[in-house]
Design a protein around this ligand. Structure first.
Ligand SMILES: [Zn+2]
Length: 128
């Protein structure tokens, strides 16, 4: 979908922001809720430490606010413009969307957050 080497690739796949080779998360499926936010400490390919400083990922909360609004707007547009839903249905669909996509929203915000601070480094890709 997105080319390796772009920030979007790392953001949407949850891979290491520097080498794009490894998932940052211990479990790739965000819907295993107990492991939704459990991350590897380091990239096993390039050795990048994901937690730059203690509580680094608290900053991701600001990002998750924006990401949440993006999902809410999408839910609004779909239910209002596509399904022509009434006010109550729109409200429910927004809340439902936020709840259902919460694990994805949380991971996306972490991925976006860490990609503010780290960039892709071609020299770190896996040697074959
Ligand atoms: Zn890496």
């Amino acid at each position: 979908m997105f080319k390796k080497g772009t920030k979007l690739y790392s953001i949407f796949t949850g891979t290491c922001p520097k080498c794009h080779e490894e998932s940052m998360y211990t479990n790739k499926n965000p819907y295993i809720l107990s492991e939704a936010l459990s991350m590897n400490e380091k990239c096993s390919n390039c050795g990048t430490k994901y937690k730059i400083e203690p509580s680094f990922f608290y900053g991701a909360m600001y990002v998750s606010y924006a990401v949440g609004i993006a999902f809410a707007v999408a839910a609004f547009v779909i239910s209002f413009l596509v399904f022509n839903a009434g006010r109550n249905i729109i409200f429910i669909s927004i809340i439902g969307t936020l709840v259902v996509f919460m694990p994805i929203i949380m991971r996306l915000s972490r991925n976006i957050w860490i990609n503010f601070f780290m960039s892709y480094d071609k020299s770190l890709t896996k040697k074959k």
